[in-house]
Design a binder for this molecule. Structure first.
Ligand code: C5P
Length: 218
């Protein structure tokens, strides 16, 4: 694998709806890093499963991943809660994970030249995809806060869903993600814990920026 030298690599893991995506986007913009929301790859495969149930096998998935670009992540259909739940089931499959990993590591270690580095967020980024990241964060918030944030997000997208259903699906996804055998969600010892429950988006961003700037000045 080609690895660009002297790039800044940031790895973030978090449970669903903890605010990691918003933060990672802001950090990426500020430090001019390519941002990869790795969950979108699992969501995309989940969408393919629903769209092409008869064709859905490893060969088909491989073909799709080979053609994958970050533009595919903009598909609005990927944002629904059903797709999120299906993605967390697909994410238990070792062979599918392997295919997606190749796509992710390429972007992490060899981002396009116009970027100073990469920032990936997901569930296994800090210990599997970018284990030698310059900065590792574990971003979390309490379950009810996460459910309320996701509920508001879905309501803004005009999705009709109740808060209780969102809460149930967040709990279900946590169960899948924390307990699965392959690449479970966990906070590694070398990750910095950021609890966003009582922090505004701006406050979270400044907290992370302070950590990065302090280290880079040394
Ligand atoms: O982050 P997001 O909610 O979009 O992720 C959807 C699902 O994809 C997660 O619940 C998780 O099961 C899976 N995922 C994963 N590894 C990643 C990113 C996401 O297993 N690096």
């Amino acid at each position: 694998m080609i690895k660009r030298k002297n790039i800044l690599k940031i790895a973030i893991d978090s449970p669903a709806a903890a605010g990691a995506g918003t933060l990672a986007k802001a950090i990426s913009k500020y430090y001019n890093l390519i941002y990869v929301d790795t969950g979108k790859a699992y969501r995309l495969i989940a969408l393919y499963k629903i769209m092409f149930p008869k064709k859905f096998n490893l060969k088909f998935i491989k073909k799709k991943i080979n053609k994958l670009t970050l533009k595919d992540f903009n598909n609005k259909k990927l944002l629904s809660d059903e797709i999120g739940t299906e993605a967390s089931l697909i994410a238990k499959n070792k062979s599918i994970r392997k295919l997606i990993h190749t796509f992710q590591t390429k972007l992490a270690y060899n981002p396009p030249k116009k970027y100073n580095g990469s920032c990936l967020d997901g569930r296994d980024i800090t210990y599997k995809i970018v284990p030698d990241a310059d900065f590792k964060f574990f971003i979390t918030a309490n379950t009810k806060t996460r459910a309320m944030r996701r509920y508001k997000e879905l309501r803004n997208l005009k999705k009709s869903i109740s808060y209780n259903d969102v809460l149930k699906s967040i709990k279900n996804r946590d169960k899948n993600d924390y307990n699965r055998k392959i690449s479970p969600l966990k906070k590694t010892k070398d990750s910095i814990l950021i609890n966003t429950t009582k922090l505004s988006k701006r406050a979270c961003f400044l907290k992370i920026k302070k950590i990065i700037d302090r280290e880079m000045q040394n």
